[in-house]
Design a protein around this ligand. Structure first.
Ligand code: ATP
Ligand code: MG
Length: 568
């Protein structure tokens, strides 16, 4: 995984960077100006992260700037709550728009003036048909559309009607403003597209000042031009809209001439990346909210413990291409592990505790062992962890009847307690149902620190927590949110039917080493042998630490890659 901030300087530049470099070299542009234009109708997801990293990334690389623009032309679905969350998420990812924060709604007055200009040029008209009639006349890819009976209205009549639309004289749906282009155009989007519609609705920023709202295709290109955007990067589904983007700009006296370039959107296995679908997961209660750690939202990933650096490294690695594809979620997890391995302090935590008593260890003795905080980072130092006669180990680290290749604890067997001593299991205590409730062991005092002076080897090393010093906590283990790799593509079933019923497992009564009693939400740890964990904000209300497992230690992606290498 590359550690570089953006771009992939070793390999050939992607096609967008090539275009930008050519534009700078030819003097077509002096500065690169990009924008990230979210619609504030939901929270950002990992797909948006790709667009953010691309837009802010190229601006940074070429010494230009990137604007954050709320694409807020739809008064019905937008909310201030989303606006704040989007700003916060972009900052969290590590990008800053400086003073270049805008709203499409800032331009409503200017857009209105542009619309009147089109009318005056005979390039727009008021259509008084219903939405259904207009849709029915659109034609098909093989048949031309039908011209509206209102297409021939005079400039004066159009101006009068458009002004009265603005003044609020008509109810919703009574009229629309349409571009007058060509009802037989091979690109259906060019068959007199609607530019404005009447919507008597309160807008979260402009209040009741407007009752007509501009459509996306009219707003977007003009907002780009007003802001002097040079390269308007958007996803492939807007490829057909480019003709309209250019038509609007070509027919109006705009202050700059941005160029739209499309790239493939990010798709990930085992998840859905559409705000509408994510909204359904929230509204139908399949998840606890937009920030549920299983959600592919930036909020969810942040709560789960994904570092922003890992998301950026992932976006880098995915790169930009012209062809849509689905990225294995294992690649994202690989980037997360890579980052966390370098940066997370280690700790010992027993998730499913089994009591272990060291019979020959003095009752009252407490020793402290120096434990390495991060073997990847010597500067992280060591910490003292207390050890005593009774400790907790993972239930799964003991087998009464060990299968082959099980190198952990079993009756009569010797293993290492990490950083502490070699111990041997002498006896197994069971309850009335035959369940193992305690292990009786002995330790070898000569093995302090974990090595035998006589050089004898043990195969297993277990983590542990001193029972007397343990802090209790809760751990939430996550699995994929969906059972199917491509939940959006299932023809028979609605995507919610493909939800994984076991995507969340709550484990209470975990035994944690003492330092984990004093943690703050957002802090990240590696629990040795168990994975990477992040402190959940619920810890505060719960009165004990609550941890989300960010990822396991096992790197499935590394395995996939190894398999690909061996078969290629
Ligand atoms: P969704 O499809 O999830 O509803 P959207 O495209 O409607 O998302 P916007 O708020 O309009 O969401 O998106 C803002 C920007 O993010 C757009 O430029 C869009 O192209 C880009 N974007 C959205 N989803 C992805 C994705 N999966 N991969 C890359 N870019 C994306
Ligand atoms: Mg959109």
């Amino acid at each position: 995984m590359t550690e570089r901030r953006n771009g992939a300087p070793d390999g050939p530049k992607d096609f967008i960077r090539q275009i930008i470099e050519a534009d700078l070299a030819s003097g077509r542009h002096e500065t690169v100006v990009t924008r990230f234009p979210p619609e504030p109708n939901g929270y950002l997801h990992i797909g948006h992260a790709k667009a953010i990293c691309l837009n802010f990334g190229v601006a940074e690389e070429y010494g230009g700037r990137c604007h954050l623009r709320m694409d807020d032309t739809n008064p019905i679905r937008e909310e201030e709550e989303y606006v704040r969350a989007i700003q916060d998420d972009v900052h969290w990812l590590g990008y800053d728009w400086g003073e270049h924060y805008y709203h499409a709604s800032d331009y409503f007055e200017q857009l209105y003036d542009y619309a009147e200009m089109l009318i005056r040029k005979g390039l727009a008209y008021v259509d008084s048909q219903s939405q259904e009639e207009i849709r029915a006349q659109r034609g098909t890819p093989t048949e031309p559309g039908v011209e509206s009976p209102w297409r021939g209205r005079s400039v004066e009549e159009n101006l009068d009607l458009f002004r009265r639309m603005r003044a609020g004289e008509f109810p919703d749906g009574a009229h629309v403003l349409r571009a007058r282009i060509d009802m037989a155009h091979p690109n259906i989007l060019m068959r007199d597209p609607v530019l404005y519609r009447i919507r008597h609705a309160t807008h979260h920023r402009t209040g009741d000042r407007w009752c007509i709202y501009p459509m996306y295709d009219f707003t977007h290109c003009l907002s780009d031009a007003i802001e002097h955007v040079t390269h308007s990067l958007c996803t492939l589904e807007f490829e057909n809209n480019r003709a309209l983007y250019d038509w609007v700009l070509d027919n109006l006296p705009v202050p700059a001439r941005p160029r739209q370039i499309e790239f493939a959107r990010l798709n990930l296995t085992y998840t859905v990346l559409s705000k509408r679908k994510l909204m359904r997961l929230v509204q139908e209660g399949h998840v606890s909210g937009w920030d549920d750690p299983r959600m592919p939202t930036l909020r969810g990933m942040r709560r789960r413990g994904f570092p922003p650096e890992a998301i950026r490294a992932f976006c880098d690695r995915v790169g930009v291409a012209k062809r849509n594809s689905v990225v294995d979620v294992g690649l994202l997890e690989h980037a997360v592990r890579d980052e966390l391995n370098r940066t997370s302090p280690r700790a010992m935590a027993v998730l499913d505790p089994l009591k272990l008593v060291i019979e020959n260890y003095p009752e009252e003795l407490v020793e402290e062992f120096d434990c390495v905080n991060n073997p990847e980072d010597p500067s992280a130092g060591t910490r003292k962890v207390p050890f005593s006669r009774e400790i907790w180990i993972e239930r799964d680290d003991f087998r009464e009847d060990p299968p082959r290749k099980f190198f952990r604890l079993a009756p009569g067997r010797e293993v290492r307690l990490r950083y502490a001593y070699l111990i041997t299991c002498r006896d197994v205590v069971k309850d009335a149902d035959g369940r193992v409730v305690e292990l009786r062991c002995t330790y070898d005092p000569a093995t302090r620190g974990g090595d035998a002076p006589d050089g004898r080897k043990v195969r297993g090393t277990l983590h542990w927590v001193s029972a007397r010093h343990a802090v209790e906590g809760e751990v939430r283990l996550y699995d994929r949110l969906f059972t199917a790799p491509h939940p959006e593509e299932d023809r028979e079933r609605d995507f919610v039917e493909l939800l994984n019923p076991d995507s969340l497992q709550v484990v209470r009564g975990c035994k944690l080493e003492p330092m984990l009693g004093d943690v703050r939400p957002g802090e990240r740890w590696q629990f040795e042998r168990k994975g990477y964990f992040c402190v959940d904000p619920d810890s505060l209300a719960a009165g004990h630490p609550v941890f989300n497992r960010t990822v396991t230690l096992k790197d499935t992606w590394a395995r996939i890659e190894a398999r690909m290498r061996s078969t290629s």
